[in-house]
Design a protein around this ligand. Sequence first.
Ligand SMILES: [Zn+2]
Length: 340
Amino acid sequence: MRALTLVADRKLSLVDAPEPAAPAAGEVQIRVRAVALNHIDVWGFRGMAFAKRKLPLVVGAEAAGEIAAIGPQVEGFAEGDPVVMYGALTCGTCPACREGRDNLCENVGGVMGFHVDGFAREVVNLPARLVVPVPAGIALRDAACAPIAYATVEHMLFDNARLTAGETVLVHAGGSGIGTAAIQLAKSLGCTVITTVGDEEKGLKAKALGADHVINYRNDRFEHVVRKLTAKKGVDVVFEHVGADTFSGSLLSLKRGGRLVTCGATSGPTVTLNLMQLFQQQYRIFGSFGASLRNIRDALGKMAAGLKPVIDTEVALSDFGRGLERLESRRVFGKVIVTF
Ligand SMILES: [Zn+2]
């Protein structure tokens, strides 16, 4: 079978790998059909000083496929069923796992495609407990955006920031995969969405997606525009993933008692924080990483009800590198999908 492996930093190789053995007890075998790219793939591709891993490594953290075989002691799956896969090897037995807080697993074996072999291969065996059925009527390339992009946004906005109907949210980088998801999920709840983009074309697309206000951060200081748009009050929630370039402005965009939730640092991880501002303004700041299986099921449920992920580009497995380049370039609007 074909498997796309990272052989050195910034060097991908499509290799012929042996097919996995028949699935063991508790496992299913999945024929992978679509892998969705995320910024974690860019970090992995570039090489990260803190990531403990061995190369070569099969890439791909977020994917959808079909059940190809079922191991002993597995119930609830049939051959051919469409499924998505959880993006990390959780233990399934620690208190966090048992309580459904999967992304707080105490014994996590690593993130797929980043620390351990991922999904950019034709066939993979996985514990059935990490496999989520896809409801009827969802294309696999759309379902592939559920386990990380949409589920992460669900976890950020609803579990962490507790966004409620009628609130105002600032979504950074509205053209990114998670930015488009955040606009859609916040709008579907009945929130007012302000978003930032880097060019006018993306601004038009963000508006078409439902954003109420679009700020081109190359032309205007976004925090000034946010204060104008909110009559100097600030927003209830800031959806952060840009980091160094925006974090201070994000805090200045919050109303007193507002919530900031962050899952990324694409422009750099180090910021300064004014503690006087933090406690006087009573800000609440949430770090968010990954999602629970419940978040994935919720995202798929919304897709079944009509939510359609924004797909920027679809590339073949052999063009995975071109997909990553597009993600790195910031020209992207929505998700980059690799199909098999
Ligand atoms: Zn666990």
